[in-house]
Every structure is written in structure tokens, then in C-alpha cells.
Write a protein that binds this ligand. Structure first.
Ligand code: BGC
Length: 749
């Protein structure tokens, strides 16, 4: 698949029309408009000669599945990726020559609501989205026959439709399937569709048509339950042993009309039933994360899994007649954007490895088309959660194009004033109150991280002007270069001790100005480069005037305040040592426990590591008490939690950066900000007390870097392997450094 972005010309090259079902009533966008079953769309056509090549270009909203002659095309699920539909819609291309035949052929498309038609109310008001409508399809099939002739089949009102067996589908609620309503062979030849209705031409979703650049979502793994138990008649709970994102696949035998209900969750109540209380809080209509299945008549086992919804869960509670439950085989389908794994970390400490494993699963489970905050309660593309987890993502997964896709939506959602919303996509919710530099900086940080890790500067080029609009917007919101809008160190264990919002926010404003100056320099916009450099300098001065109390203390000396100033590069070099000293004191004052929220975690672990305090940073990360990450692991966490106490979501990516910190500072592979793109790496291992070995790998665009150390006979042995085109600087904990050429290096540290 080509990764280039289609232009407006491309829209004109579509000759098909948007089609959908005849809808009773007259407007889908009203809350309370009728909820209809997922439609099946069907078109037959003839081919009179063998096929030489054939391509389907399809956009089926919200989600679609394409079938040709009865076979599903491709392996993707939940396609296409969600966008700001009134600005942009994503289409996908499929090479379909192998599905076609001489004679009669059938194109079949099943459509789901997805993000396009969120018909159940939520606090984020997607049910009021201006784009909202019943599912619709735009398709074009181009065939070249062996005799050289061409044929095009497009979506138009000659297509027919019927209701599928999916009687209800809602992204955040679940899917209901009545297997008795199945129409076997509906997408194959020889099926009698005379009772089907004609489709009608419907209005387009509004946005420009753009080829999807993100990799598709797929089922990437199937897990067997580790245990199951009964909680009274007709109720059985299955435990997958891992908190995942996806859905259940079931196989059952039983009498026609028997009903099964599947409730998904990540926690158990005291009676060992699935507890969904914390998952359903923002969903104002219908059940959260619940699928329903009605059995058809069948002598053998019947199997099913949902198509147009997904859930976050470790447990599935299945309710139904015991004689059906006795036959039930359930598996967990793991669903995510299918980018390849390119990084790993392992150490001699099993608990630390578990924490890393939890970060990997939280990251995977929070990238289903777009980066999200949690896969169950919200599924929202919160901007801070996204930038906080992005370095982890780019170290472990080939996630660059998936981020590029999301950035398009972020740019599409920007207001002309430059203001950004806090969730992407948005129905219009989340502009005032939630968004602010600590969240919005995703718009500059993610292009920077993509460049830093992969050398690809497309996002910097593409979004330069909108990014500039954002920084200019902040400048207008600032008073004396201090900005104070938006959220601060979210999920702090003690709100009273949180660093001032103005401090963390102004620091992000500073970073944005620094990045913008740098981007301007890269793009040869010298005037901008100078202007934003001097803006950054002015913010630097204002920040210190507002928050530096002297004697090494920022604000009230909170861990986040101290570390933010250090990590974001706001400390005067002459004061640095004292500021680090005060940071160490503030960490020790809490008994080496994190007194930080989701912003502070990145600053504190990194500011300590970068300033000769790696032993303390390691203690902070591995100490077992509340508040602390190992406290989660000790309670069996298999994904990262949202808050220290585990009250809310138990699958959040906002603390994922810990896993990047492990690679950067324990095993020791990091990108070099002075030479982005990993042609040159920083190797900075730390053999901390209590750890006997750590190793990591990272597949750069130029080959795999491996780095690991191990304690043997009282000495620490380091092995570094650099691919042919990559050099590195080895930074030893004692402050010395050494240049490394491509190849394998052994040394003692
Ligand atoms: C989300 C967070 C997000 C926050 C901001 C929460 O509901 O889950 O991860 O960043 O809201 O308000």
C-alpha cells in the first residue's frame, strides 16, 4: 500500500455514489432516532473473461467488512480508521483479482456504526456529532480483464440491501446477534435477493477522501482462558489471565432461541462476578461492554464473535441456560493496530519485567486505529495520554504511520483560532476546560518523536503551519508568557500537593516554542526560527521569574515541579546542581515514593536518570508500597493502571513511559536528539544496585541495535551491537564517554 496522501483530485476520480439503506423517519442525527440492524449491501455483476488485475477501493462507514463471492476480503477488522469525518474520511484499497471469477460475481458489504453513528449517549456527546448518520458505503471496483478490456463496478442505487443478523451494534456498548436471522450465502452467487430492498443515494460524510495510511486493525493473538467458574445458576465467568483489548470468540451447542449475554470487565466483585461499575460511568445509555447472542438451529457447535465493537477486559461473564453454558468454549481475541514489534526489554528482575510487560499490553490495547486512554470506559484519543506514551510506542512498535494518521485528525479538529481539543476525534467536546498545553503539545511532540526515532519529517512539514497557529494561540492566551489553561499533573496521589498547573503548562508552552523554532530551522524558515527561539527565551525567563524560589526550589519543591524544570530544560546551568539536590530531597522526603501524576512520571524518572541519580530513580520505580508501580504488580496487574489506588481504569497508557525509561536508561539504548533518526545512538546503560542484568533491542530504520549488560564475577560486562550504518556514543555512569563504530563492542562498565 502506498503511503502518499490523496488529494482533492482523487475525490473527483471516484465515480461511485454514497449509498445506504432506506431509513424510516427522516434524520439519524437526533438522539432517539431509531436504532437499526447492521445492513448488508449486495451487488451482482458478470465478467466475461478471466481477470488480469482487480482493485477495490472502499470506504464503508463507520466500519465495514467486504466480501467477494462469499469470501471475506483481507484480514482487517474495524476498518477504516476513525477520522474527523466531516473533514476527512479514510478509504482502503484491496487487490482482489484472486476473489473474482468468469461469469457471475457478487460484491457484499456489511456495515457497522462504529464511531460514525454513535447512537447511544455518552458524556463526550458523540451522539451529537455533526457527521452522525446511518452507515453508508462508497466503493469502486476496477477490473482489467485478460483481453485488455476494463470494467468498473461502483456503489450506486442498483445495489440492494437487507438487515443482517447484527440487530444492534454500538462502539462502547457492544453487539447483539440473532443467529436465527442469518442469511446463509448472502454474499455469494446463486443467492436469491429478490426480497431485498434497493439502496438509496445518501449524502456524503463531508470530508475529503484520503487513503488510510495507518496499518489496519487485526486480531493479532487468541488467548485461551486460564480458568472459569460458575457464580450461581446460568452464570459463568472466564478469566483470560491477561487484561486485553478485543472481544470473545464463542463456540456453543444448544437449542434454537437460547440466549447468551457476555459481560466484559477487568475486575471482579466480591462474589467473583464481573464488576463493570467503573467502566460504565460515562455511558449514559445502554449497557457498557455487553454482547448478546441468540442461538440458531444447528446440530453442531455454532461459533460467533462480534465485528463492530471492541472491549477492554480480562474477564467475561457469560449468562444463559446451564445446558448451553456447559458446552461453551470461549477464547479471547486480541485486537490492535497491526504494527510490527520492533523493540524489547528484559532484566534479571521478574517484577520489573512484569511492569514492562504491563506497559506493552497497555500500549497495544490502547492503539485500536487511534491511540486511546483506555479500551473500555472511554476509548478516547486523549492527547496527553498519547504523547506521554509515544516514546514507548516508537521504541517498541513500528507506529510512525499510525501516529501520522492520528495527527491528520488532530489537525482536522483544530479551530481557526489555533485551539485544539483534548480528545481526537471529537464531536466538538473537549475544547474548553480540558485542553491546554500539557495535553495539546501532542501536536508538536509527536511529529518531533517520529522524526527523532525514525528520521521521517513528513509530519513536521505537513503540520508546520497549524502547529505555528497553535503556538501563536498560546501566546495570545499567555499573560507575561505564563499560560495557565488546561489540566495539570493529572492523577496525582494528593491533589493538595500537585505542582501548579501554570508551572507544568508553561513548561510545555516553552517546549512547543523550542520545537517550533527547531522545525522552522529544518524547513528553512529562518525568520520563524529566530522569532520562536526568542519567544522560547522569553518564556524561559518568565518561567523562572514566576516559579523559581531560589536555593534550588521550584514552586513548593514538589517532585513534579523540580523535575519538570530540569527535564524540560528550564533550569539555569548555574543552579542545576542545587535543583537536582532539592529534587533528590523531595523524593527522599516521601520515603522514595512517587508523589506525582501522569506528567510528573516522565520528568522525575528522567530528570533523576539524566542527572546522576539513577540509583534513586530505580528505587522509586521498584519500591513496593503505595503509591508505586510495584504495588500494582503485587496485586496482579497485567496492564498499567490509571491511578495509584486502582480505583478507576486498569488499562491506561499514561504511565507507559516507564518502559521507555527502562530501555533508555537501564539497558541503555536512546536516540540522539542532536542527530535524529537513529543514525547515531546514545548508549547509556546503568548497572543499578539490585539488578544483575538488563538488555534491550530496538530495530531502527537502519537495522537492529542490541545492548545489554550482566554482572559476572563482581564485574559488569556490557555488549553493544550496532548495525552497519549506525554509530553511537557510549556514556558511562562515571561521566566519561566513548565513540562506537558499527559492529559489536564488549566492555566493562
Ligand atoms: C482520561 C485520562 C485523560 C483525562 C483528562 C480521563 O478521563 O481517561 O487519561 O487524560 O481524562 O481529563
Amino acid at each position: 500500500m502506498s503511503h502518499e496522501i490523496a488529494h482533492y483530485d482523487d475525490v473527483r476520480s471516484w465515480t461511485g455514489l454514497w449509498i445506504g439503506r432506506q431509513v424510516p423517519g427522516w434524520h439519524a442525527g437526533w438522539q432517539g432516532s431509531e436504532v437499526l440492524p447492521a445492513p448488508l449491501l449486495r451487488k451482482t455483476f458478470r465478467l466475461d473473461a478471466p481477470v488480469a488485475s482487480a482493485c477495490v477501493r472502499i470506504c464503508g462507514l463507520g466500519y465495514h467488512e467486504l466480501y467477494i463471492n462469499g469470501k471475506k476480503v483481507g484480514t482487517e477488522v474495524l476498518s477504516p480508521v476513525v477520522t474527523q469525518y466531516e473533514q476527512r474520511v479514510a478509504y482502503v484499497d484491496h487487490d482482489v483479482a484472486e476473489y473474482l471469477q468468469v461469469g457471475e460475481n457478487v460484491l457484499g458489504v456489511m456495515l457497522g456504526n462504529g464511531w460514525y453513528n454513535c447512537h447511544t449517549p455518552t458524556v463526550w456527546e458523540f451522539h451529537y456529532a455533526s457527521w452522525r448518520d446511518y452507515p453508508k458505503l462508497l466503493l469502486q471496483l476496477d477490473v482489467t480483464l485478460g483481453d485488455g478490456s476494463n470494467l468498473r463496478v461502483v456503489s450506486d442505487s442498483s445495489w440492494k440491501f437487507a438487515d443482517s443478523a447484527i440487530t444492534f451494534d454500538a462502539l462502547r456498548n457492544g453487539e447483539h446477534y440473532d443467529a436465527r436471522l442469518e442469511l446463509p450465502g448472502w454474499a455469494a452467487t446463486g443467492f436469491d435477493d429478490s426480497a431485498w430492498q434497493q439502496t438509496v443515494v445518501v449524502s456524503p460524510p463531508g470530508g475529503v477522501l484520503d487513503r488510510q495510511i495507518a496499518p489496519p486493525c487485526r486480531v493479532v493473538e487468541t488467548l485461551e482462558p486460564v480458568s472459569s467458574w460458575s457464580v450461581g445458576p446460568g452464570v459463568r465467568v472466564f478469566d483470560l489471565g491477561q487484561n486485553i483489548t478485543g472481544w470473545a470468540h464463542i463456540a456453543v451447542t444448544g437449542s434454537e432461541g437460547s440466549r447468551l449475554t457476555l459481560r466484559y470487565g477487568e475486575r471482579l466483585a466480591e462474589d467473583r462476578r464481573v464488576d463493570q461499575k467503573h467502566i460504565g460511568v460515562y455511558i449514559k445509555g445502554g449497557e457498557p461492554q455487553t454482547d448478546r447472542y441468540i442461538l440458531k438451529e444447528s446440530a453442531s457447535a455454532q461459533s460467533w464473535e462480534p465485528r463492530f465493537t471492541y472491549h477492554g477486559f480480562q474477564y467475561v461473564q457469560v449468562e444463559g441456560p446451564d445446558e448451553v453454558l456447559d458446552t461453551l468454549m470461549l477464547q479471547g481475541r486480541v485486537v490492535q493496530t497491526d504494527f510490527s514489534r520492533i523493540g524489547s526489554f528484559e532484566s534479571s528482575d521478574p517484577q520489573l519485567n512484569r511492569l514492562h510487560h504491563a506497559a506493552v499490553w497497555s500500549y497495544r490495547g490502547n492503539f485500536v486505529g487511534i491511540p486511546t486512554d483506555c479500551p473500555h470506559r472511554e476509548k478516547n484519543g486523549w492527547t496527553a495520554d498519547t504523547h506521554l506514551a509515544a516514546e514507548f510506542g516508537l521504541l517498541h512498535f513500528d507506529a510512525g504511520t499510525a501516529y501520522q494518521q492520528w495527527l491528520l485528525a488532530l489537525a482536522d479538529a483544530q479551530r481557526l483560532s489555533g485551539q485544539l481539543p483534548a480528545i481526537i476525534p471529537t464531536s466538538g467536546w473537549g475544547f474548553n476546560g480540558y485542553s491546554g498545553p500539557a495535553w495539546d503539545s501532542a501536536f508538536l511532540l509527536i511529529p518531533w518523536y517520529i522524526y527523532l526515532y525514525t528520521g521521517d519529517r513528513t509530519a513536521i512539514e505537513r503540520h508546520y503551519e497549524p502547529m505555528k497557529r497553535y503556538v501563536d494561540y498560546c501566546a495570545r492566551m499567555a499573560s507575561g508568557h505564563i499560560v495557565e489553561f488546561g489540566l495539570g499533573d493529572w492523577n496525582h496521589p494528593d491533589r493538595e500537593r500537585m505542582a501548579p498547573v501554570a508551572l507544568t503548562t508553561t513548561a510545555y508552552y516553552y517546549v512547543d516554542a523550542v520545537l517550533l523554532a527547531r522545525f522552522a530551522g529544518l524547513l528553512g524558515r529562518d525568520d520563524d526560527a529566530m522569532a520562536y527561539k526568542s519567544l522560547a527565551e522569553e518564556i524561559h525567563v518568565a518561567f523562572n521569574r514566576a516559579f523559581y524560589r531560589g536555593n534550588g526550589v521550584y514552586a513548593d519543591g514538589q517532585q513534579t515541579a523540580q523535575a519538570c524544570a530540569l527535564y524540560q530544560g528550564l533550569v539555569d546551568p548555574a543552579e542545576k546542581e542545587t535543583v537536582v539536590h532539592r529534587l533528590v530531597e523531595s523524593v527522599e522526603a516521601t520515603g522514595v515514593r512517587p508523589e506525582i501524576g501522569i506528567l510528573g512520571i516522565k520528568y522525575v524518572t528522567r530528570a533523576l536518570a539524566e542527572n546522576g541519580q539513577m540509583e534513586l530513580a530505580y528505587k522509586l520505580v521498584t519500591q513496593p508500597e503505595y503509591p508505586g508501580w510495584m504495588h500494582w504488580i503485587a496485586q496482579g496487574a497485567t496492564t498499567l493502571w490509571e491511578d495509584w489506588a486502582g480505583k478507576d481504569s486498569r488499562n491506561h497508557p499514561s504511565f507507559c513511559d516507564l518502559g521507555a525509561w527502562m530501555i533508555h536508561h537501564l539497558a541503555g539504548i536512546a536516540p540522539d536528539p542532536d542527530r535524529p533518526g537513529f543514525r547515531h545512538a546514545l548508549i547509556q546503560p546503568h548497572a543499578v544496585a539490585g539488578l544483575d542484568s538488563a538488555r534491550a533491542t530496538h530495530q531502527t530504520p537502519h537495522g537492529v541495535i542490541r545492548c545489554g549488560w550482566e554482572r559476572r564475577d563482581g564485574e559488569v560486562h556490557l555488549e553493544v551491537e550496532l548495525p552497519p550504518a549506525v554509530t553511537a556514543t557510549l556514556r558511562s555512569p562515571d561521566g566519561t564517554s566513548m565513540e562506537l563504530a558499527p559492529g559489536t563492542h564488549h566492555s566493562k562498565i
